[in-house]
Design a protein around this ligand. Sequence first.
Ligand code: MRU
Length: 308
Amino acid sequence: MKALREASSGRAIEVIDQTKLPFALQWVTLRTAEEVAHAIKTMVVRGAPLIGVTAAYGLAMNAGAYDLLKATRPTAVNLAWALDKVRTSRDLWAAAREIAASESEACRRIGDFGLPLLEKARRGDTLRVLTHCNAGWLATGDWGTALAPIYAAKAAGLKLHVWVDETRPRNQGGLTAWELGEAGVPHQLIVDNAGGLLMMRGEVDVCIVGADRIAANGDVCNKVGTYLKALAAKDNGIPFYVAAPESTIDATLASGAQIPIEERDGSEVRGWNGAKLFPDAVPVGNPAFDVTPARLVTAIITEKGVRT
Ligand code: MRU
């Protein structure tokens, strides 16, 4: 499955509009760097690796759009990583294509490395996994990061059950549920606060999430709410894995405290998809990511192997 493809006509790309999922599967064409920047900012495309790949094509459309593209979202380091790779290439379009291919291959390998870890965590007949946000093929272009070992487990014939965090306020859990449904992986969508209870009851064997930036000390920045799941996993002796390509590692930052956390518009908390949940006058905060300290992470799975 692909979340981005090159358009057959000219130097343009087509992406799945993720703001329309899971209700409608619509592809949109992006022809200019400005359109690409807008799609990233408004989360038509989202997920750290896919943001990087999409921005890479945006720069290939207009070599002068580096700053515009880099400013779209601050937390996922894959964005700057991809832009820097394209900027220093001779053929920008070929470089973007190469990033798309290499990120896809990285995710496939993450699936291979992650599968034995999931198998090892299984306590009964069925492997019960909890995941947060969406770190599937929608977020990466192909395979996914956290979902890649789950897809590998499905392909290996393991009995599976995935607990899918809703992930307020943007409800990326709906994207994960949609992906898993398409793949025939048994799952249940749960509200963000249910995970602790399920872990305490022994209904979760293992947690696996993606990442937007990993600091040199192994602190992991991911979708807000990840930290609370890691705390609950630790308290209940449940392994907590992070799956990400090497492009998500920011070796320039000593610890997670230095990672910029995106603060998004309050309207995302006050409502969803046109529905009002709270009056406009209600003051809200909307930090989009949090940092899970390395001590709560059992291991990080990349395309190069498993780092503990
Ligand atoms: O705000 P989003 O939806 O772009 O955030 C996505 C996440 O936090 C994912 O978990 C992360 O990017 C990993 S995607 C493979």
